[in-house]
Design a protein around this ligand. Structure first.
Ligand code: C2E
Ligand code: CA
Ligand code: CA
Length: 799
């Protein structure tokens, strides 16, 4: 070790013994560059055998500065003895977490051989320290210090000599500092944060750590300050943030991103106030708890997506307060990344916008609704008409628009005053509302004009039913302050797609139809299209007259004989209803059965048919035609009646006939509508003893597996298959197949609509059991039937 230095080597070591700073003298002494030394244990510089001394020394240094001779390892691995001083430091107040180590190898120069005074020693080593260093006597006067202190205070060496330490500080801090100094003298160490006021008045914050020590026999304290300006600034900003968070009127919530969701860590007072939850109640909850369950699915989806993909999001959603109330919250969520760019947190800012939302809804309502009646206005009507049109287009059905105008409204207004007029309009609005489904739109166009939208209508008949209901509901007198008023309306109806493709056109058409209704004489309704008008009115008239037809005895039955193909004899007949309409003459079932089905009149009508058929059977049996049977056609409405079975039993009983003489014809589609129910009811009917057959076989979509479950006696091949029975024709193949199928299932097969010799020959050839049709006889009245039976008429070709 040839070269030498006049300065002691100084380094810093943390609580774990790792080197944190390394001076040039250290490098010279131990041969490590500052970069090599950083993070290494200082223990590696201790000579073997001296480790224990070193540990003892460091332990003692936790409470006060210590100094002792110790063996060290030089850069050439030679061992040398030096004086090691260890001064405790703490970067946070309270705990010692760092040490300054001063190695004085005594190798410097001649005067080093003289024993150093402590004060001189401190002076020498402190020159190298990074912070202001000081030694104070028990009064608090400076004994020695370094250059950094001179710079920190802007005082010269001669000014500092003998100065009291408290003079560096503000009056306000002096008491605290005095106390801390006392602590150091009494307990060995102490630390304090304080602002050093320089000569020019500027101030710098320092963290001072000091320890008790002996300097040339006197008890002193020595220590060093660390400039904490940066930390203070950071703290101040943090504090500012904190204050802002506390003072914010917006709710703020911070959540940590985790595997299983985003866990709330912090909320501010505004959040607590808005939500009603305290910080400790929400801590750990998932951030999504902000979104009220089962609301605003679209928006919540967006929030989820944003959280999943770490995007910012801005939504207005409903949240629930602790007390259960919903409120609208305007919510912005943004991801927060750490210094490595990884999103670790989300911060949400929300404000309660319930009131604004209500106001908005109110405005929207005002913009779209009529103030007098609360009904939709022209604006909304237009939108809803477009919607109804689109819906009808999609579903392939109808949308109807009824334009309603109050008859003589001007007269009401003029004679009873506007207040009464308003009353009338309001009441009308309520009654219209009550006449239609919740989903139907009613609008007031202003004045005395209203429009109803009937969306999703299967046919015009339905619309008529609805209009009838509307007219019925508004017929009652409206009470006003003056007197009850009877109000009539004229209604014009347009129908999509028939009368137009867009809302405007359809509204104009309905308006025109309304004028037509007024022209005809008010208090009625008219469809825009003439055809529809005609058919609707015809239907209405038909419906009205059908209601009384049975009572007026306008209905009668014809019987079409059924002939057995083996014997050629009449074995039974099918009852077919006719209506002798007073104005339109005799009507076939096709003209009125559908109306009867729609209105439910089919039930009393079917009942009447069965009663008549049973009475006819009774008459025939009484004349000795015991084996004769009559088949009646059933509608599915009848079939679905709960008391249907009882009805049949009653008719059979009342007439006093064998149940086996009555046959019921059901179509394939009626059975397949609800096969399970059909099968059950059929077996009950079978128990009763009546016969059953499947009508129009081949036109429906029977499943063969069900067919086996239906306990039928016969199947009837539909007339459409019998029409073309040339050998090889498709119909001929089907007919042959049905006959074969029937025989396999052990049921009789009856062919309908047989008109020619050829058809008959074909059917007989393939073993069909019975036929019906004009070839043998058209449907005839009961009397003619009896004659045929008495004549014992047989099938022509049989002879
Ligand atoms: P459906 O049950 O298929 O009745 C057979 C229809 O074919 C009858 O028509 C009959 O007159 C006709 N017809 C019979 N033989 C021939 C023929 O050789 N050539 C031609 N062109 N037609 C023939 P109708 O009487 O007009 O009855 C029509 C439909 O009305 C019946 O079809 C049945 O579904 C229904 N119907 C008739 N009466 C009643 C009833 O009392 N109640 C119910 N629910 N429906 C009935
Ligand atoms: Ca039939
Ligand atoms: Ca038929």
């Amino acid at each position: 070790m040839t070269a030498h230095t006049s300065l002691p080597a100084v380094c810093m070591m943390d609580a774990a013994g790792k080197i944190r700073s390394w001076s040039a003298e250290c490098q010279w002494l131990f041969g490590l560059t500052p970069a090599e030394a950083a993070g290494q244990a200082f223990g590696t510089c201790i000579a073997p055998g001296h480790e224990h001394d070193f540990i003892t020394l460091v332990t003692a240094a936790r409470t006060k500065a210590v100094r002792s001779g110790i063996g060290l390892l030089a850069n050439d691995k030679s061992v040398f003895t030096a004086s090691l001083t260890i001064v405790p430091q703490s970067t946070r107040s309270g705990t010692v977490d760092q040490f300054v180590l001063i190695v004085d190898s005594g190798l410097h120069d001649e005067d080093a051989k003289q024993p150093d005074t402590d004060a001189a020693f401190f002076k020498r080593f402190s020159a190298n320290l990074p912070g202001p260093f000081y030694v104070l006597d028990q009064v608090g006067h400076l004994v020695t210090w370094n250059r950094v202190l001179e710079e920190a205070t802007q005082l010269r060496s001669d000014e500092l000599a003998g100065m009291h330490a408290l003079d560096f500080f503000d009056e306000a801090q002096r008491d605290t500092i005095k106390q801390k100094m006392r602590n150091a003298f009494e307990r060995g160490v102490s630390s304090v944060e304080a602002w050093v006021v320089r000569k020019d008045g500027s101030r710098t914050p320092y963290l001072f750590n000091c320890a008790r020590t002996k300097v040339d026999g006197d008890i002193c304290i020595c220590g060093m300050g660390i400039d904490i300006t940066e930390r203070k600034q950071a703290e101040e900003i943090l504090h500012l943030y904190q204050r802002a968070l506390q003072a914010s009127v917006n709710g703020v919530v911070i959540a940590r991103r985790a595997e299983n969701g985003n866990r709330i860590e912090l909320v501010n007072p505004a959040f607590e106030q808005i939500s009603g939850y305290r910080q400790d109640e929400v801590a750990g909850m998932d951030l999504l708890f902000i979104c009220a369950k089962d609301t605003d699915h679209g928006e919540q989806g967006k929030v989820r997506h944003a959280l999943q993909h770490c995007h910012s999001i801005h939504v207005v959603i409903r949240s629930r307060r602790k007390n259960g109330d919903l409120f609208w919250s305007d919510l912005k969520i943004a991801p927060v990344a750490n210094s490595a760019g990884t999103v670790t947190h989300f911060v949400g800012v929300l404000s309660d916008v319930t009131e604004a939302k209500h106001y908005e809804a109110q405005l929207e309502h005002l913009a779209n609704h009529d103030t007098l009646t609360g009904l939709a206005n022209r604006n909304l009507l237009h939108d809803h008409m477009e919607m109804a049109i689109q819906q009808a287009r999609r579903h392939g059905n109808l949308a109807a628009f009824a334009f309603i105008d109050v008859d003589n409204f001007k007269f009401i207004n003029d004679t009873l005053g506007h207040a009464a007029g308003d009353d009338v309009l309001r009441t009308l609005a309520q009654r219209l509302r009550a006449s239609v489904r919740e989903i139907d739109t009613i609008a007031r166009l202003g004045g005395d004009e209203f429009v109803i939208i009937f969306a999703n209508q299967p046919d015009a008949g339905h619309v008529v039913d609805m209009l009838e209901r509307v007219r019925h509901n508004i017929a009652e007198a409206i009470p006003t302050a003056e007197q009850p008023i009877h109000v009539n309306v004229s209604i014009g109806v347009s129908v999509y797609p028939r009368d137009g493709n867009d809302a405007e056109l359809l509204l104009r058409a309905a308006d025109a139809a309304m004028y037509h209704a007024k022209f005809i004489g008010r208090n009625n309704y008219q469809f825009y299209s003439a055809d529809l008008n005609a058919s609707v009115h015809k239907r209405i008239r038909l419906e009205a007259s059908l209601r009384g037809a049975i009572d007026r005895e306008e209905m009668y039955l014809l019987y079409q004989p059924k002939v057995d193909l083996r014997s050629g004899r009449i074995v039974g007949a099918e009852a077919l209803v006719r209506w002798k309409h007073p104005a339109q003459g005799t009507l076939p079932p096709a003209e009125f059965i559908p109306v009867a089905e729609d209105t439910g009149l089919i039930v009393p009508l079917g009942d009447w048919v069965m009663r008549r058929a049973c009475a006819e059977l009774k008459a025939l049996h009484d004349r000795g035609f015991n084996d004769f049977s009559i088949a009646v056609n059933l509608s599915s409405r009848q079939f679905k009646q709960r008391k249907f079975l009882d009805c049949v039993a009653e008719h059979v009983g009342t007439a006093g006939i064998k149940a086996g003489a009555l046959e019921l014809e059901l179509t394939e589609s009626q059975l397949m509508d609800n096969p399970a129910h059909a099968a059950q009811l059929m077996s009950q009917l079978k128990e009763l003893g009546v016969r059953l057959s499947i009508d129009d076989f081949g036109t429906g979509y029977s499943s063969l597996s069900y067919l086996q479950k239906f306990p039928v006696d016969s199947i009837k091949i539909d007339r459409s298959f019998v029409r073309d029975l040339d050998e090889g024709a498709e119909d001929a193949i089907i007919t042959k197949a049905v006959i074969a199928l029937g025989h396999n299932l052990n049921v009789k097969v009856i062919a309908e609509g047989v008109e020619t010799k050829e058809q008959l020959a074909f059917l007989r050839h393939y073993g069909c059991d019975q036929i019906q049709g004009h070839y043998f006889s058209e449907p005839v009245d009961g009397e003619t039937m009896q004659c045929l039976l008495e004549e014992k008429r047989v099938l022509a070709v049989m002879q």
